[in-house]
Structures are given as structure tokens and as C-alpha cells.
Design a protein around this ligand. Structure first.
Ligand code: FNR
Length: 359
């Protein structure tokens, strides 16, 4: 248990350090909106509220699952929950597993509901846990939904990992069938392919967060935790969120009406609207918000989220979108490596550049 607590604190420390550097480039940079100078709408007409599970949230982005289980990570959850409450933002927490085995770790998760009794809160658990554990995680947090993370790359490189993948799909199927709350399956920064999404759809999963590479880098984090176990040559493994969304769109017919969320490397309001334009219902943000709360406390994060809420609406107005769904008819150029991904996967990237005309 001591090792687990140490791991939670390592993750926060190393992830925060990753986001301290200056600007990073990601495949969101390979996406470019075509500007139509007379195509905008009036700001007061824009409403970017979206339905998440059976609730409406004011803005199309949320605080993604990160931490909990120790005193210091409990304080971070408390501060995230205050910011979520003050801004009406949905939020997740880190894997609750640690608290299922050690009651002294539970308060670092319960604090979220205490601070934010009415907000949309998601519990989190790793794939491979039992239905009973999944239920206990939801109850402990008092959650409206459960995130189940699939993290095969992390399990491969993590010193304490268990690369025991073959029963994962069956495990998720059982949890989805048994739980009373919606279940969202997510990656942790390596992306979900269309094939993975189709597998998930086939077992009844209705919500997935593609969580792609380009943001918080768990390869680098696990590598830094145990010098001597060097997996740095794997850097760049997996798909970005934009690639995953384009892949999913090309296979929409196989996804059974699944609702997609996107995360991984979201740096600013422009990345948010780009992900929405590629079909994400809402956008998860971990590293950018973690840095803000570690550096500026709940006030710092409230300010950042408030500015993202304003800016996403302004960008939508500029792009002629009254709603988040309207962003899906913006004209979007796919360039560079992202375009190459599309070519190799047989995806018509050019179709995104001609959507306005088509309407
Ligand atoms: C995470 N993430 C994560 N995800 C999850 O499902 N369960 C978890 O316990 C954690 N733990 C965790 C700790 C820390 C410190 C960070 C920064 C992130 C992954 C997170 O939800 C997200 O998928 C990735 O971080 C990619 O998004 P960003 O950080 O690039 O916005």
C-alpha cells in the first residue's frame, strides 16, 4: 500500500512537471479551420451546453480523472471539486482501487462529493476489476457515472504493471451489464482505435473517451519513476485524439451510436472546439487543469475554466456554430502527420474541408 501511495504522488509530480514546459506541439496543430469572414453568428446566440449521461453541463469540457488516495492528492481532489462546483464543470477522479483496499485512502475521494454535492462526478477504476469493486467505487465516490480505464501501454511499461490483457473485454462487459450508472471506457493517453471502439460497442458500451497521445505522457512518467527500466524508445506510441476521432468517424456504422468524448493533449479552447468539430460530445482535460490547480489553487483553476468557457463560446460564434453539434459542419483542414494517418487508414480527410458547402 505504501508503494501505491508513492505511485499516486509520483504521477502528480511528474505529470505536473511535463506541463510546466513551454508550448508543446500536438496533432491538434495539424487541424486548421477554414475561416469564413461572413460566416459567424452572434455571441449571445451561442449555447455550448451539452448532455453528458442524463445531465446537461454548461460547457463542453470537463476535468478528467486524475488522482486521489493520499493526503496530498486528496487536497488536489478537494481543490478540483471546488473549482468544478464554482464553474458548473463535470469532473472525474483517479482510480478508486487504492481506497477499496485501504479505508484510510477513501477520504481523498469522498472529499469530492462533500465539496460538490450537486455536480456531475465520475468515479474511476482500472479494467480487470470485478463488478463488485466497480459498484463499491461508484458508491464510495457518490458518483453519477463510472470511468473504466484501459491502459495496456502503461501496464506494459509500469514497474508494478500486470500485462494480463486477454480478459479485459469480458470484464468490461460484465461491469456495463451490472452497473446502475452509465459506464465510460477511456484510455489514459494512447488513444482508442475504431477497432477498439467497435469491440466496446459490441458489448454494450455507450460512452468512450478516446484519450489520445500528445498530452500527459505516461510512457515518460513510468520511465522516470524507475530509471534503469528504459522504455523511452516507445515515445510516440499510440494515436492522438484527433486521429482517434477521425478513425471513429470513418467507422461510425460499426459503433452502434456510441457517444465519443475526447481527451489527451488539450491545451486551450481552440483544441476544445477542434475536438468537437471532429465529433466529440465533450472534451476531457487533465494535465492543463492539474497544472493550473497546483500552481494557482482552486481560484486559479476557476479563473482558467471561466476563461475557457468564454473563449470556447467566442470561437463557436466566430466559426458560425450556435451549438457544440453545429461545430461538426465547420470546414476543417487535416494536414501533416494527421493527414498521413488518414491516408494510410483509408479515411477521406478531405471531406472535413468541404462540410459547409455540403450543407
Ligand atoms: C491521469 N489519468 C488517469 N486516467 C484514469 O483513467 N485513471 C487514473 O487514475 C488516471 N491518473 C492520472 C493521474 C495524473 C496525474 C494525470 C495527469 C492523468 C489520465 C487522464 O485522465 C488523461 O486520460 C490523460 O492524462 C490525457 O489527458 P491530458 O493530461 O493530456 O489532458
Amino acid at each position: 500500500a505504501a508503494g501505491r501511495r508513492e505511485r499516486k504522488e509520483d504521477h502528480v509530480r511528474l505529470a505536473t512537471a511535463q506541463w510546466k514546459g513551454g508550448t508543446r506541439t500536438t496533432e491538434f496543430d495539424d487541424l486548421e479551420f477554414v475561416h469564413h469572414a461572413l460566416g459567424g453568428v452572434s455571441l449571445p446566440e451561442v449555447d455550448l451546453g451539452v448532455e453528458l449521461f442524463d445531465r446537461t453541463v454548461a460547457a463542453p469540457f470537463y476535468i478528467n480523472g486524475m488522482t486521489g488516495g493520499t493526503e496530498s492528492t486528496g487536497r488536489i481532489n478537494q481543490q478540483l471539486a471546488i473549482a468544478a462546483r464554482e464553474t458548473g464543470t463535470a469532473m472525474g477522479c483517479g482510480s478508486v482501487s487504492i481506497a477499496l483496499e485501504d479505508e484510510s485512502a477513501a477520504d481523498a475521494f469522498r472529499v469530492i462529493r462533500r465539496e460538490n454535492p450537486d455536480g456531475l462526478v465520475m468515479a474511476n477504476i482500472g479494467v480487470g476489476r470485478s463488478v463488485e469493486d466497480a459498484r463499491r467505487a461508484v458508491d464510495l465516490v457518490g458518483a453519477d457515472a463510472l470511468q473504466v480505464h484501459v491502459n495496456a501501454v502503461q501496464e506494459t511499461v509500469m514497474p508494478e504493471g500486470s500485462p494480463d490483457f486477454s480478459s479485459w473485454l469480458r470484464g468490461i462487459e460484465q461491469i456495463v451489464a451490472a452497473l446502475e450508472v452509465p459506464v465510460l471506457v477511456k484510455e489514459v493517453g494512447f488513444g482508442l482505435s475504431a477497432r477498439t471502439l467497435a469491440d466496446l460497442a459490441s458489448i454494450g458500451v455507450a460512452w468512450a473517451d478516446v484519450s489520445g497521445r500528445g498530452g500527459t505522457d505516461f510512457l515518460a512518467i513510468e520511465n522516470d519513476r524507475r530509471p534503469g527500466r528504459d522504455y523511452s524508445y516507445l515515445t510516440g506510441f499510440g494515436q492522438s485524439a484527433p486521429a482517434a476521432l477521425l478513425d471513429a468517424r470513418a467507422h461510425q456504422g460499426e459503433l452502434g451510436g456510441m457517444t465519443l468524448l475526447a481527451s489527451g493533449g488539450v491545451r486551450d479552447p481552440l483544441d476544445v472546439v477542434k475536438a468537437l468539430a471532429l465529433g466529440a460530445r465533450a472534451v476531457g482535460v487533465a494535465g492543463s487543469f492539474l497544472k493550473a490547480v497546483v500552481e494557482g489553487g482552486p481560484e486559479g483553476l476557476v479563473e482558467l475554466i471561466g476563461s475557457w468557457q468564454r473563449h470556447t463560446r467566442e470561437l463557436a460564434a466566430l466559426l458560425g456554430a450556435r451549438t457544440a453539434a453545429d461545430l461538426e459542419s465547420t470546414d476543417l483542414l487535416v494536414r501533416g502527420r494527421l493527414r498521413e494517418f488518414c491516408t494510410l487508414r483509408g479515411i477521406d480527410a478531405g471531406a472535413c474541408a468541404r462540410r459547409k458547402q455540403a450543407v
